[in-house]
Design a protein around this ligand. Structure first.
Ligand SMILES: [Zn+2]
Length: 391
């Protein structure tokens, strides 16, 4: 899909955009790891300038160039190794089955990644699945059963939507720039009574917490409950449920193709969002400088500082701060990430078993929801570094 114009809102079409945050020359991918430090340092880069639409609340990177990204490259994005994340997926599957009757249906997942969630939903609810993801062009998941895997982008396979009683789109819409046109395509193809489930990061939390590490090039689109609800209604959906979950980190919307309904009270967030954007604009530079100072102080004191998780957040944290030897490495429990390097900053990725060789003094926990899980893991290894959750 071509981006028509970066001066209008790609959710509602309004020209009332206001830029409020810039980062230059950040890696175009942050969810992918590379095999050498040289490759990591030479990784393709792009610029980011976030703009807020005062009509619908949608936030977009107006400098985003989708042709720079290639989602068919080998991705290691699975979070299936964390008990916290696996528990979350199980709860969500139970809800889809019990509250929305996703049982013995055909379920289409747009951007299914490696397909773990779809496979589990199909197994638990005796559903048939259709999984679409550009990454599937490279390798097909080993989950057997009633699932058809399609390697490619949804735009080339929209006709498959007509077979579905449930359409899932989890952590994908934030990677799509023309979100209005994208939801419009789903609407044009989705059967009348089918369920659409969307899950995206919540931008209110990012703004409130000045969480600049949650802003990166791959994420060109940023939603709140309000802007997601407005987008769905504008494209001809009735919103059945719209809430925050996973420690308020995600927005979850359940909708059906139907006449648009009244907004829920918590979706009326335009005024508050306007204030949050202004507060973020004023405070983000100081928040970034504060982190640089803290890392510099630890470095001067001879402390070994490491990041827990080799994730998009870690890449964004390091490249937004433009730090290097102040951080030693990133740890990740996903064994496929070990031995790789973070794009942009070039930090090595180690596994938890490697920690004893170079024990950390300070562990920056990139996602605070995992803090207790990490504390237990370190304690089992006889390590008691200072744990600093990023807030
Ligand atoms: Zn808008």
């Amino acid at each position: 899909m071509k981006i028509p114009n970066s001066t209008t809102c790609l959710a509602c079409g309004s020209a009332r955009l206001e830029s409020f945050y810039q980062v230059s020359q950040i890696p175009v991918h942050s969810g992918v790891l590379v095999k050498s430090r040289a490759e990591a340092l030479a990784f393709p880069r792009g610029d980011l300038e976030l703009a807020f639409c005062s009509m619908c609340g949608f936030i977009q990177n107006r400098l985003f160039a989708p042709e720079r990204l290639d989602y068919s490259v080998g991705y290691q994005e699975t979070q299936g190794f964390s008990p916290t994340f696996t528990g979350w997926a199980k709860r969500l599957i139970q809800q889809l089955i019990e509250r929305y009757g996703v049982q013995e249906q055909t379920v289409l997942e747009i951007g299914c990644g490696k397909g773990e969630f779809l496979a589990e939903l199909c197994q638990a609810g005796k559903n048939r699945g259709i999984g679409i993801d550009p990454g599937l062009a490279l390798e097909h998941p080993s989950h057997s059963g009633q699932i058809q895997w399609i390697g490619g982008v949804y735009e080339d396979h929209t006709e498959r939507t007509r077979e579905a009683q449930t359409v899932l789109c989890r952590h994908t819409l934030e990677h799509i720039a023309p979100v209005g046109a994208f939801i419009g395509r789903i609407r044009a193809a989705i059967p009348p009574q089918a369920l659409l489930f969307l899950e995206v990061p919540d931008t209110c939390r990012i703004l409130e917490e000045k969480a600049f590490w949650d802003i990166y090039y791959e994420h060109c689109s940023y939603f709140t409950q309000g802007s997601l609800g407005r987008l769905l209604r504008a494209q001809g959906f009735k919103v059945l449920e719209n809430r925050r979950d996973y420690g308020d980190q995600y927005v979850l919307a359940f909708a059906r193709a139907d006449q648009a309904n009244q907004a829920f009270p918590e979706e009326n967030d335009l005024e508050g969002l306007n204030r949050l954007v202004r507060a973020f604009k004023a405070a983000a530079p100081a928040a970034i400088q504060d982190w640089r100072n803290r890392l510099e102080a630890w470095h001067q004191a001879g402390k070994r500082v490491v990041l827990w998780a080799a994730s998009s957040k870690s890449v964004a944290f390091l490249t937004s701060l433009a730090v290097s030897e102040e951080v030693a490495y990133a740890v990740d429990i996903n064994p496929y990430k070990r031995g790789h390097y973070l794009p942009g900053s070039g930090h090595p990725v180690v596994g938890p078993d490697d920690l004893e060789q170079a024990p950390p003094d300070v562990v920056l926990v990139m996602n605070s929801i995992y803090t207790e899980e990490i504390r237990r893991d370190l304690a089992r290894r006889g390590l008691q570094p200072e744990l600093v959750p990023l807030r």
